[in-house]
Design a protein around this ligand. Structure first.
Ligand code: PHE
Length: 349
């Protein structure tokens, strides 16, 4: 036997011992790497010395290196299988749940209302304190309530402001998931004579792709006032009262001309950015203001659809996002947190 063959035998014997001693798959892979892994492994280094031998010796030593490599690899494979099975069994045992176990807790944790529900309740309370009543309407609506009675005849271009989800019920496109809470205006006006002071919170649905500011299911709160002598000034004052009551005395509102088919004139209302209090920052794109909703004086055509005499009464309506209110007040940067059901998020509020 050559000196090289002796060394091969020694490396193999030592290697097999280490393979047998490896206590985890990870450890085994390290041993494997050192023995037969790559150019710098023990057997590869011996192999690289073959060139120093004469032909006959080289053949014999080459064969013994190959045989040693096969035996080491077989031992590694065998050991790997055993270790993996053991690790799997240990993991299963560790992750086992005893479903009959009774966990005793000194202080039982109780759930609480979701942040969006809290915001809705708080907004309701604010308006109730101003003399409003809370109204509700169905989430599955007819085209007539969601669009037509709100001064949007079939195929009216303004309908494209709302990407609508239709329900397969009745004639095509006659039934839908309400795209806003405004149809509740019509239902309330049909069910009671003025004076009307109501807010109507609830879920709305739009065919939107979820992102940080949009979800296909979201929440609005609608306001409707119908009485004698109601003016745009009443609308502006109401918005301002609600804004500082909900966001704090340093936060104010402003109206900007806009368009909605069901109000005339119409406005978008903005509140001073609660992050910079109006000085200008990244969130409000340096404008100092953040848009919250739409509003305006009830259009005479809407009164006509609901059977109210526009000569005798006037009124205003507004609608804005409850989710967005909660996000602004609690500095939440992504609306999708609300539906992720991550207890670490929910527990904070
Ligand atoms: N319904 C409108 C929207 O969802 C908001 C709005 C409500 C505008 C009431 C004016 C009056 O965009």
């Amino acid at each position: 036997m050559t000196a090289l063959a002796d060394e091969v035998a020694a490396v193999e014997a030592d290697g097999l011992g280490r393979v047998a001693a490896a206590r985890s798959v990870a450890e085994l892979r390290l041993v494997e790497q050192e023995l037969v892994g790559g150019k710098r492994s023990a057997l590869a280094l011996l192999n690289s010395r073959l060139g120093q031998l004469d032909v006959e010796e080289r053949k014999e030593a080459g064969r013994s290196i190959n045989a040693a490599r096969s035996r080491v690899q077989a031992a590694v494979a065998d050991r790997a299988e055993k270790l993996a099975a053991g690790e799997r069994a240990a993991r299963i045992e560790a992750e086992r749940l005893d479903l009959t176990e009774v966990i005793e807790r000194r202080h039982a944790t109780r759930g609480h209302r979701h942040l969006v529900t809290q915001a809705r309740d708080e907004l309701e309370d604010l308006f109730v304190a101003m003399g409003y009543e809370v109204a509700e309407g169905p989430e599955v609506e007819t085209d007539w309530y969601n669009f037509e009675a709100l001064n949007m005849p079939p195929a009216h271009p303004a309908r494209s402001m709302w990407d609508t989800l239709y329900v397969r019920l009745g004639a095509a496109e006659s039934t839908l998931l309400r795209t806003h809470t405004s149809p509740v205006q019509i239902r309330v006006m049909q069910s009671q004579p003025p004076p009307i002071y109501i807010v109507a919170p609830g879920r709305c649905y739009r065919r939107d792709t979820p992102d940080a500011r949009h979800l296909p299911v979201f929440h609005q709160i609608e306001g409707l006032v119908v009485d004698r002598g109601i003016t745009f000034g009443d609308l502006a004052g109401t918005i301002e009262a609600f804004t500082s009551a909900y966001f704090g005395p340093n936060i104010h509102s402003r109206l900007r001309p806009s368009f909605f088919p069901f109000t005339e004139p119409s406005a978008e209302f903005e509140v001073s950015c609660i992050f910079c209090e109006g000085r200008g920052c990244r969130v409000c794109s340096q404008s100092g203001w953040i848009e919250l909703g739409g509003c305006g004086m009830v259009d005479p055509n809407v009164f006509a659809a609901a059977g109210i005499d526009p000569e005798e009464y006037s009124g205003f309506a507004f609608g804005f996002g409850i989710d967005r209110c909660a996000m602004m007040r609690h500095d939440i940067d992504d609306i999708r947190h609300f539906i992720a059901n991550d207890i670490r998020f929910l527990e904070q509020f």
